[in-house]
Design a protein around this ligand. Sequence first.
Ligand code: AMP
Ligand code: MG
Length: 414
Amino acid sequence: MSLADAMTDLLGRVEALDAIETVATFDADRRVLAQDLVSALQVPPNDNSSMDGYAVRVADVTEPGKVLRVSQRIAAGHAGSPLEPGTCARIFTGAPMPAGADAVVMQEDTIEVGGDIHAVHIQAVPEAGQWVRRAGEDVTRGAVVLAQGERLSPASLGLAASLGLAHLPVRARPRVALFSTGDELVMPGEVPPEAMKPGAIYNSNRFFLRTLLQRMGCEVSDLGIVPDRREATLAALKSAAEHHDLILTSGGVSVGEEDHIKPSVQQLGSLDLWQIGMKPGKPFAYGTVRRESGKGAACHFIGLPGNPVSSFVTFLLLVRPFLLKLQGVSAAGLLALPPATLLPAHFTVARADKRREFLRVRRNAMGGLDLFPNQSSGVLTSAVWGDGLVDNPAGTTIAHGDPVSYISFADLLA
Ligand code: AMP
Ligand code: MG
């Protein structure tokens, strides 16, 4: 199955979780809004000055050099009184405009008049509305400021706060059970490098998968390493299905006899997607695992390939949009691959692959892309060295200078 078809199929199988919770606005970064935020006020609440200077009536300053008495002083956070005609008000940035004033002259365009009366020369003729921020120019009362289904960002948290909202309704975090499979796997810290048995390797997938899930706003139950045995695999899947929305595994999903994931999922539920025409990442699987309690729908299952780069890339391209949809994200753009940029390849790919390939590349100072020399799916260094992927269609060779589709890791990790 092609990646495009697999994405459509996968996203068609997931609905947003129902549960909603209220969290402090401070803690809502990357959470998904569960309700529209309608503004109960206008922002800014009043017309106010955007400069330190003098609030005037434009009609009083018809020519440069007019002298106006300073009849009041208005600082931010303090209300002034109506502006006496023929006078001006000393005003500071953010302070509300006094009634009757219709412009601000910045202090750089004035000269204080010496002597007993406090007055200023107005050097420049102001235009009506000059240096005034209009009430409601940011947000009007009753406006939907942020829509449900939006994923909150630092800027949107600030906007929510400007409406006076200390708490926000968001979708519940997906509960994800994570486990790695493989008898060769050893946890860092358990065995020192010099004591590793032949054939043993450290579990690297567990580290980036757990971190990626957390970044995606999931509540992760890390179930550790499950040995390559049918009984152990069945038991892990069964118990994880009870209290999670998704089971995410890595490894054991190919065609060897030591790959127990696929038959186990088939036995406990259904395997609906398996093997995708992409490189790296072919042995990707999606299915469901029934809950023994019979409570609710079956638990989603996603099996990622064991090879670290395959696991990493399939997470970014497939699991990420899946998790966004599970959290109720509505923007279609977020539920697809991020938009690619066309950049010149400063490398060649002489042998076309039969599968759509995602090459680990890095932008260079000439505005082109360099290719990591070893594109093996086991070489995690490529994903650290690279700052993105080239999305190369199946059967396509690349000549030096060819424009290629580049997707940054920054976009894929956002
Ligand atoms: P598998 O999909 O189980 O056949 O694994 C494919 C390759 O990925 C093998 O070389 C495994 O040793 C390796 N691998 C599987 N899981 C992990 C992991 N958690 N960390 C690092 N390498 C892994
Ligand atoms: Mg394995």
